[in-house]
Design a binder for this molecule. Structure first.
Ligand code: DX5
Ligand code: ZN
Length: 229
């Protein structure tokens, strides 16, 4: 019998903040997550298979360790070609929300239903070159839409300003759907690009490098939360 993982919050008008552990210091993980744990809403964990993206990251064992090191709900971002193989292992490792990519091998509907049937929340993501219209039909099935603001695969890249109109369009589509769906942005988010993204309609910010390399992460996260509350 699978246990239900801690659910994430539903959108309620506030902007949520999700540090990406790809940029955390794994030699002292608990310490590195201290400020995230204190002030953030979720922890974002990037799963890369070396095929869908040209990089490798974490397996389920690491997600279990992250879960032990933090009290935050875990938002798993699956950048893999074959999500089917990974949904249950990452759910069992502690993911409360699992986001898959529209561009992964076909079966989006099936994967969404699988994640839902386990009791986790469901996210769907698109890469910078995928038009937002492609995912319109899935809006009725998901809890979170992730617009990538860099080509997925690596932390520390530059925010792609040309994704702003897409964020705006996604916000309009979500509003028209009448459903409460988080609009998440991921890639190159810092206080400046966060302001641009939230201005275009995003309400969930993933931040890797800017947060974990900050000399004052506590101040950074508090000022971001204050700006957007
Ligand atoms: C990129 C990942 C991101 C990454 C963000 O493929 O999906 O979550 O960790 O890192 P920054 O904020 O450094 O761009
Ligand atoms: Zn990510």
């Amino acid at each position: 019998m699978l246990r239900l993982n801690k659910k994430i919050l539903k959108p309620c008008g506030n902007v949520s903040f999700s540090p990406s552990v790809l940029s955390a210091d794994f030699s002292c993980l608990k310490k590195s997550l201290h400020f995230a744990d204190k002030y953030a809403d979720w922890l974002h964990v990037d799963i890369m298979d070396g095929h869908f993206v040209p990089n490798l990251s974490f397996g389920p064992h690491i997600v279990k360790c992250v879960k032990k090191a933090s009290k935050l709900p875990i938002d798993v971002h699956l950048m893999v070609s074959y999500p089917e193989d990974f949904i249950i292992p990452f759910y069992e490792a502690g993911a409360g929300l699992i986001t898959l990519h529209y561009e992964s091998k076909s079966g989006t509907c099936k994967y969404i239903k699988k994640i839902r049937s386990l009791g986790a929340q469901v996210g769907l993501s698109i890469k910078p070159n995928t038009p937002v219209s492609k995912i319109a039909k899935y809006l009725k099935l998901i809890d979170l839409l992730l617009i990538m603001t860099v080509e997925p695969g690596f932390g520390g890249q530059k925010f792609m300003v040309n994704q702003i109109p897409k964020i705006r369009q996604a916000r309009e589509m979500i509003n028209e759907s009448g459903r409460k769906i988080w609009l998440q942005v991921d890639g190159g988010i810092n206080p400046q690009t966060a302001t641009k993204s939230v201005g275009a309609g995003a309400d969930s910010l993933v931040m890797g490098n800017a947060f974990f390399s900050s000399s004052n992460p506590s101040k950074l996260i508090r000022s971001i939360k204050k700006t957007f509350s």
